[in-house]
Design a protein around this ligand. Structure first.
Ligand SMILES: [Zn+2]
Length: 160
């Protein structure tokens, strides 16, 4: 009975799921307990027939600024709540590297959950590498919440 021994649990009552090494510095490390566990979230999405997918890209967002961008399609309401809490917003799908989805729209209208990790195009490459590591860590943690797990993640591809 985790609730009585003080062990942290997810909102669904299951013990806090394992996370990748180094995740203890991520903004979602503590926050994730306020949401259902990865297994319950993935099961809910699976039962709803959702094919949740994650697309990670590099986009030019303004002169001198670029960003790594994650876009998540068919997230489902439970995962959407978690994504909103860690900085994702619902936007139109991006077309390609030069045409980011910036218009705010509802998921029901075909929107995707988008998060941007900005950097100056003349930034120190070490900063860019650190950003890549951060986004890889985040995506690898998120795979646990996806009905198709790692298979649902695509790098350098855009939502269809
Ligand atoms: Zn659970």
């Amino acid at each position: 009975m985790d609730r009585f021994t003080g062990s942290p649990v997810h909102r669904c009552g299951h013990a806090l799921a394992d996370v990748p090494a180094d995740f203890d510095t991520h903004e979602a490390y503590v926050l994730r307990a306020a949401f259902p566990c990865p297994h319950c979230t993935a099961e809910t999405a699976r039962r709803a027939g959702l094919k949740t997918r994650v697309f990670v890209n590099l986009q030019q967002l303004s002169p001198g600024m670029a960003a790594f961008v994650a876009e998540i399609s068919e997230a489902g309401s439970e995962l959407e709540d978690l994504l909103a809490a860690i900085g994702y917003g619902c936007r139109a799908k991006s077309t390609d590297e030069l045409h980011p989805g910036t218009e705010v729209i509802e998921a029901a209208q075909g929107g995707v959950w988008r998060k941007e990790f900005w950097f100056a195009t003349n930034a120190d490459p070490r900063l860019v590498v650190a950003l890549i590591q951060h986004i890889k860590l985040e995506v690898s943690w998120l795979t646990g919440y996806l009905p198709d797990g790692e298979q649902a993640v695509e790098f350098c591809a855009f939502p269809k």
